[in-house]
Design a protein around this ligand. Structure first.
Ligand code: SAH
Length: 584
């Protein structure tokens, strides 16, 4: 195996952790002697064979690698900066491929970033330039015409020239020809991040002379552009008027909590309660029209509201059973221990937060995305003037989170493994797209490898004989969904006629499915006219044509979205089922 490793710009501790590990394990090290800091070789294990490539040809290098490979040894080819820039790795890789020798590449910090760090500059200033161009002046290696320095200069972006320190005069000429003003700032950094680093500041007009005066003619970068100057605009990202989701300024909409438990473990924490309550009475925390119900559970003996007999375990258990958010005003450790026995899965666990008793931090502890803990922490943080603490990776990186996307739209994540893989890819910088990576659908057949996010958009009308048991009804439901080709989790509501209001089988089935069960009287149902089937027998006994179809259609008509009859009345062993799909 051959590892191409980026050594970084110079300073020994600017190699990556991975690069250093590979270096310390290598049997053979071939390093670019002219630029790699030889101190890095102290990371090599004793007995490693160390070669300086400065005196070797490409063929020599490949022979060494092949010899090592033949003996089952590992080679590190150590390149300065990042190997992908002027590293001549492609020709080595191609020869390795020809010989069937495996290789990989470990990135490094390129000189342009080492130099930027030394200068403390930002290449991408708003209103100045949003691009960085890494290039070189033409020397022995030709540069394609369309990339000539004057062409690059015409872009007026931030420009960094490698391999050009002997060509300063020519560089100036081309920069001017390309349209840079003579007084555009230029910095030259010699041996960035090395101990003998040297920096020159000048302009397009003056830098060649300054380089000559300082005797700089190798291992230097020429950096050009107004990013080195004084003027720029403030960044939008951190502007107070530019509200990012991350800073949690309240957005339109609502967080959707129906009951929030606040567990307080100390008298100090109890002092914070009024502020928390005051924040939570806002309908924003509820469904947008009404605030969530607040359950206070106070464990400090001396505090108002303490109920004797309550323990941390008992109130936590209650809170997990009856609340969709649980806020501990306590040390995080207390909360973590308290909730541990009740954790089941992120699809069902409530949001859990902890707030320190001084109210400095609002920490999202559990169910950050699906449970809404992150959003709750952000919103409460704003209201309490506390720092929200969110640690889920996709939020930090500002990346797309499929969990959050689903939660915000009331969609069910059908497969948590697939969702996790998408998060990993999003974190790696990939763009996650609807249609290719995930689909919003309740259809079983349109998913393939993609992650299905299932809308709860099916209303199921049921009719049955008296005392039909729950199992029978559940089986009929399954069969109906299968017949319609729809994921069972899309079920939103079960409906019937009010005669069946207490029908135990249906009531229990709705409970098991976690959906509401709604019934309507016969007069109301007969107002429905867009049903397809009718039965004289049913009409005689109930006064309506088709309990299942009409009740589902009526329930749909109460919601303000278009809908259609997806599955006409179908009979499964005495249970009649109709499915209505909301089109939203
Ligand atoms: N792969 C390397 C570049 C190799 S080309 C990288 O990513 O940095 C060699 C050129 O890189 C030199 O001519 C010089 O222009 C630049 N360079 C490399 N290390 C440097 C350093 N520490 N300071 C300034 N320039 C450096």
């Amino acid at each position: 195996m051959v590892h191409f490793v980026g050594a970084g710009p110079g300073a020994v501790d600017l190699i990556t952790v991975r690069g250093r590990k590979l270096l310390s394990e290598a049997d053979v090290i071939i390093y670019a002697g002219s630029l790699v800091n030889p101190e890095l070789l102290t990371y090599a294990k004793s007995g490693a064979k160390i070669l300086n490539s400065a005196t070797m040809t490409l063929e020599d290098v490949i022979e060494e690698m092949a010899d090592a490979e033949a003996c089952g040894l590992t080679t590190v080819r150590l390149h300065t900066g990042d190997p992908s820039l002027y590293g001549a790795i492609r020709e080595q890789i191609d020869l390795l491929k020809e010989r069937g020798i495996a290789y990989d590449v470990c990135p490094g910090v390129t000189a342009a970033f080492g130099a930027a760090a030394s200068l403390g500059i930002e290449y991408t200033l708003p209103g100045v330039s949003q691009s960085l161009l890494l290039t070189r002046a033409e020397g022995r290696t030709p540069v394609p015409d369309r990339e000539s320095l004057s062409a690059c200069a015409a872009l007026h972006c931030s420009l960094v020239l490698y391999l050009s320190s002997t060509l300063a005069d020519k560089v100036r000429e081309e920069l001017l020809a390309g349209g840079y003003e003579a007084d555009t700032p230029v910095a030259v950094v010699y041996k960035a991040t090395w101990e003998d680093e040297l920096t020159l500041h000048g302009t397009v007009d003056t830098f060649p002379e300054e380089m000559k005066r300082a005797g700089i003619d190798h291992t230097a970068l020429i950096m050009v552009g107004d990013c080195l100057g004084e003027t720029y605009e403030r960044s939008r990202l951190y502007d107070p008027s530019f509200h990012t989701a991350y800073r949690g300024v309240k957005k339109e909409g609502s967080l959707g909590f129906s009951r929030v438990s606040v567990i307080v473990t100390s008298v100090g924490g109890a002092g914070l309660l009024p502020r928390i309550e005051k924040a939570l009475v806002n309908p924003y925390y509820g469904d947008g029209t009404k605030a969530p119900e607040i359950r206070k559970r106070i464990l400090a003996h001396d505090a108002e509201g303490y109920r004797s007999g309550d323990t941390l375990a008992s109130v936590t258990e209650e809170a997990f059973a009856d609340s969709d958010a649980v806020i501990f005003v306590s040390a995080a450790g207390i909360a973590v221990r308290a909730i541990a026995p009740y954790l089941s899965h992120k699809s069902v666990d409530p949001a859990v937060l902890t707030i320190d008793e001084q109210g400095r931090f609002v920490i999202s502890l559990l169910s950050g995305h699906l449970g809404g803990a992150n959003a709750l922490a952000e919103a409460l943080g704003t209201d309490l003037l506390s720092q929200p603490v969110v640690t889920t990776a996709t939020d930090l990186a500002g990346r797309f989170s499929v969990d959050t996307y689903a939660r915000e739209r009331g969609l069910i994540v059908s497969d948590f493994d697939k969702a996790k893989k998408l998060s990993v890819r999003a974190l790696a910088g990939e763009e996650i797209r609807e249609g290719t990576d995930y689909v919003v659908t309740n259809r079983l057949d349109s998913v393939g490898d993609k992650l299905a996010l299932i809308p709860r958009n099916i209303i199921c009308g049921i009719g049955c004989r008296k005392d039909t048991d729950e199992m029978r009804i559940a089986e009929a439901l399954d069969a109906a969904f299968a017949a319609a080709g729809v994921d069972r989790r899309a079920l939103r509501m079960i409906t019937s006629i009010d005669l069946k209001k207490e029908e135990a089988g249906i009531v229990k089935c709705a409970e098991t499915c976690g959906v509401p069960y709604k019934t309507f009287d016969a007069d109301t149902l007969q107002k429905v006219t867009d049903h397809k089937s009718a039965s004289d027998f049913v009409k005689e006994t109930t006064g309506v044509d088709s309990v299942c179809e009409q009740s589902a259609l009526y329930a749909a008509s109460e919601l303000e979205t278009p809908y259609h009859l997806l599955l006409e009345k179908t009979v499964y062993e005495g249970v009649t089922i109709a499915l209505v799909e909301l089109e939203d």
